[in-house]
Ligand binder design. Structure first.
Ligand SMILES: C[S@@+](CC[C@H](N)C(=O)[O-])C[C@H]1O[C@@H](n2cnc3c(N)ncnc32)[C@H](O)[C@@H]1O
Ligand SMILES: O=C(O)C(=O)C[C@]1(C(=O)O)C=C[C@@H](O)C=C1
Length: 254
């Protein structure tokens, strides 16, 4: 599933109204109905998403190395993959987008084909826990690790760190948990205010909250930093935060 045959029509995109009417309290899944509204959903739900995506291009430009592999793990529709593609200036780099949702990968192919950058992108419909990783310079987990079972996270990050070349990086964006209950309440309220300002109703906010409760498990910044260091990265820094959403840069010494 690498290069587009023909770009075709852009996939039809819709406004996210998935939680607008009362529904059965099922766990959130990245299925076809979510894939169809995903660009609208993530932009209106994640404070800072529209800043983080272009910065992934800037960071990739700094850290991509000649002859290396770059990975976007949990690529969804390829927003972060395309940012990486635009940041890579070496024609001998290889870029991979991996996601285990076939609905996402099918649509992602179209978005990749519509983008005019010539660098080939290989899409893999696979579990990131088992996907092959090697010779990496830039790896991105943009709001993906939070959906991996907490007990699986260390092994995945260790595999990424081992696959990363000296001087390479992992860009890790996550919804986080706070140590203090007061801060947790304040940041959560501000996040919900952000969603309300983007047109989500109280019903949408509360139904989405219940749907993601058991599948999106946030952790503290301290837990993330320590685990990245234990996994084999040498330096970890937060380069972006808006309310309870952060993006970190984990660097392997050159
Ligand atoms: C919030 S979305 C990522 C957004 C995307 N990186 C972006 O910047 O637009 C999380 C994605 O991770 C994928 N995902 C979750 N668990 C996965 C796993 N074990 N293997 C592969 N993909 C996974 C989901 O299918 C979903 O598309
Ligand atoms: O935390 C929330 O309320 C969200 O909607 C966040 C979030 C995410 O961080 O990935 C959850 C699911 C969708 O992928 C879009 C946004």
């Amino acid at each position: 599933m690498s290069k587009p045959k023909s770009p075709g029509k852009p996939p039809e995109q819709a406004t996210d109204r998935l939680f607008a009417t009362e529904r059965r309290p099922d766990d959130f899944r990245f299925d076809a109905s979510v894939a169809r509204v995903f660009p609208d959903m993530i932009r209106r739900s994640v404070p800072g998403y529209t800043t983080i995506i272009p910065m992934i291009e800037v960071i990739t430009e700094q850290y991509a190395q000649a002859g290396s592999n770059c990975y976007d793990l949990g690529c969804s529709l390829g927003a972060s993959t395309l940012a990486m593609r635009h940041g890579i200036s070496y024609p001998d780099c290889s870029l991979f987008g991996v996601d285990n949702s076939s609905a996402m990968i099918e649509r992602c192919e179209h978005y990749i084909a519509l983008d005019d950058n010539p660098m080939p992108v290989t899409l893999r419909c696979e579990d990131i826990l088992h996907t092959e990783l090697s010779n990496a310079s830039v790896t991105t987990l943009n709001f993906t690790l939070q959906f991996i079972a907490p007990e699986e996270r260390s092994a995945l990050l260790t595999r990424i760190a081992r696959a990363t070349r000296p001087g390479g990086v992992l860009i890790l964006s996550e919804k986080i948990q706070f140590e203090s209950e007061r801060e947790q309440n304040t940041q959560t309220r501000l996040h919900h205010d952000f969603k309300r300002a983007n047109g989500y109703s109280d019903l949408e906010i509360s139904q989405k909250r219940s749907a993601i409760e058991r599948v999106l498990i946030p952790e503290t910044l301290a837990a993330h930093k320590q685990r990245l260091l234990d996994a084999g990265f040498d330096d970890v820094m937060v380069w972006y935060q808006c309310f309870n959403f952060v993006s970190m840069l984990a660097i392997k010494n050159g």
